[in-house]
Design a protein around this ligand. Sequence first.
Ligand SMILES: [Zn+2]
Ligand SMILES: [Zn+2]
Length: 276
Amino acid sequence: MSEEFSLRFWGVRGSTPTPGTGTLRYGGETSCLEIRAGNARMLVDCGSGARNLGMELCQKKQSADMDILFTHTHLDHICGLPFFWPAFDPDSQINAWAGHFEEPELKLADVVNRIMSPPVFPLAAKSLKALSFCDYQVGSELPVCGDATVRTMRLNHPGGACGYRIEFQGKVICIITDHEHGNVEIDAKLPGFVEGADIMIYDAMYTDEEYETYIGWGHSTWQKAVELAREAEVKTPVLFHHDPRRVDDELDEIGTAAADVYPGTLVAKEGLILKP
Ligand SMILES: [Zn+2]
Ligand SMILES: [Zn+2]
């Protein structure tokens, strides 16, 4: 039995994939994190970055049994699913979880059916043979495979989003995206939810100065990330969900400024592997 607990970034960008010379170092793929906890594998989101992971799993002929924990179903977080090869494998078992819907009649399967049906996409959602759709009530603990504990919390985002707290062997990884600070009730709960985390991935799409223009768009700032990290005694905050306009040099500057305020702060980068 493996004791490994690790996190790998396959996509760190928000909103839309952004290939190009300005994003070579941090990467242009959208939200996708791979977490290994012992022998279990979890993906948080299936943005465009998931395609590369899928190809790697198929090439290495590794088991593709896993849980996919969706933070929510905005396109940048699900657009990789129709290109995620393991999901089409009838011999694999992938449980896909979503709990963010504010309308009780909405189901994850309906959303995937919408993006995978003609004339939007050539293949129907039913061709994702490995997938089981698991809708849950946000706030509940998820019975994922393996020995990790997965807790969930409602975040402040248009249409809803779920934060995750994943614990394994006494270590903690939290994922707080997509999220906008400023909701009194959620702001009051969040420090307790991420308390003592070894790693906290946080929606740091904007700077405080930029945020003034984007109030209500559902995202937060790197300054709020470090503020929360300090309050909740998080070891390593990781700035995530980079604005598609943000080029590598700007992310370098933000990373330096954030680490000056809160030493240990990192900027999420495609290919980066962290072990809590
Ligand atoms: Zn997003
Ligand atoms: Zn979103």
